[in-house]
Design a protein around this ligand. Structure first.
Ligand SMILES: CNc1nc2c(CCNCc3ccccc3)c3nc(N)[nH]c(=O)c3cc2[nH]1
Length: 376
């Protein structure tokens, strides 16, 4: 993998760049649609490509390991072939999902024992076997096995958790070197900064991760319920230490405003379930704020979903029609809303990139943050 820094904004820490892997280029800043179990829920791969056009999507080690399981993925020749997606894929390492999905899990130095949320069977993730699982899945970017430190937590817990994540990182790097890539293309490991909301721990963790010298770096342990100001403060501390010539991925972020504020703080890559999950609940993101399409006020509003027309659904369907589909629980409604929201998120980061290249990002961002906060 390589990262070319194309432009640094003068009035913020925002950057425009290009990540290049064996599955093509990723223009940054980028938003990565979440495709947990080898599908971006409700969207065909062809629609993704033709209408939303993300350079990269996310998969998930925890889910894919449990279903369809690694032997199927290996027989398919990896996840790209299995789901017929020939662009970039990033897989998270499963630590976060065990923490957020599995009913009872036990975290020890060796690794994490957990119960499957599907059939209650017991499993064990360690830095070593998670590297092997991600080799088999075959994503272009794979995440180190970490502990996403719960929030809030006391300093002592945050410190111990951070050091364990660092020891697990060393085991990931060491083991990955022993397990060659399986499908003939390169896979790049991103380490993950932890340290909760403690400035000194964040600095220590950022230094440790920077010293690994990876081709890209991630910031974890945020967007876990902390106030946005805390998220921004920790991001600022960490991006001041992470190398400037490598992409920075802020995990699980976030709302449109969170994304713009973190682009201004020097973040290049984002992922979040909000555009897809909230779409299924009728919550539409637009440049002028949020629309709850289930609201009666849209009942006879025959105007297009979004006059800015980021994707075909915006101009081909009316608000009244989409509201009707939700009222009738037609799954076409969820599909339309999902394409709209993903189209909006990709437009937002692409427009941010255009503004950075034009040197007008700072003024544009400050205006957008106000606009986005409106309730329609
Ligand atoms: C929502 N807030 C949030 N998400 C976080 C995640 C998961 C990021 N999303 C990955 C994903 C991939 C496929 C399907 C679904 C999700 C984290 N992952 C790791 N490994 N470590 C974190 O500290 C960490 C912190 C997070 N905060």
């Amino acid at each position: 993998m390589k990262f070319d820094l194309i432009k640094k904004d003068e009035k913020s820490k925002a950057r425009a760049g290009i990540v290049t892997t064996d599955h093509g280029v990723i223009e940054t800043p980028i938003f990565m649609p979440v495709g947990t179990v080898a599908s971006v829920k409700g969207v065909h791969q062809r629609e993704l490509k033709d209408d939303i056009n993300p350079d990269i999507i996310l998969g998930n080690t925890y889910h894919l390991y449990l279903r369809p399981q690694t032997d199927i993925l290996e027989k398919a020749g990896g996840l790209h072939k299995f789901m017929n997606w020939d662009r970039n894929i990033l897989t998270d390492s499963g630590g976060y999902q065990v923490y957020s999905l599995s009913s009872n899990r036990k975290i020890k130095e060796e690794g994490v024992k957990f119960k499957s949320h599907i059939d209650g069977s017991y499993h064990f993730f360690s830095p070593e076997n998670v590297m092997e699982i991600q080799r088999t899945i075959g994503a272009d970017i794979i995440m180190a096995f970490d502990e996403c430190t719960p929030y809030p937590c006391d300093y002592r817990y945050a410190k111990r958790s951070m050091h364990m994540t660092h020891r697990w990182l060393d085991r990931c790097v060491d083991h990955l070197g022993k397990v060659p890539a399986k499908y003939g293309y390169e896979q790049t490991l991103f380490p993950i900064v932890q340290g909760s909301t403690y400035k000194d721990l964040r600095q220590q963790s950022a230094e440790y991760i920077a010293n690994v010298g990876a081709e890209g770096n991630a910031i974890g342990g945020l967007s876990v319920g902390e106030p946005a100001e805390e998220m921004y403060a920790m991001t600022e501390v960490v991006t001041a230490i992470l190398p400037e010539d490598k992409p920075r991925y802020l995990m699980g972020v976030g709302t449109p405003v969170n994304i713009l504020e973190n682009i201004a703080l020097g973040i290049d890559m984002f992922d979040c379930v909000m555009p897809t999950r909230n779409a299924r609940n009728g919550m539409l993101f637009t440049a002028n704020g949020i629309i709850n399409i289930k609201n009666k006020k849209w009942e006879a509003d025959f105007s297009p979903i979004d006059s800015m027309g980021h994707t075909f659904v915006d101009l081909e369907y009316s608000k009244a029609y989409l509201r009707h589909l939700f009222a009738a629980n037609e799954y076409l409604g969820k599909q339309i809303a999902t394409i709209h929201n993903l189209g909006f998120y990709l437009w937002l980061v692409r427009e941010a990139r255009r503004q950075i290249l034009a040197g007008t990002f700072r003024e544009w961002k400050d205006k957008m943050v106000i606009q986005l906060a409106q309730r329609l």
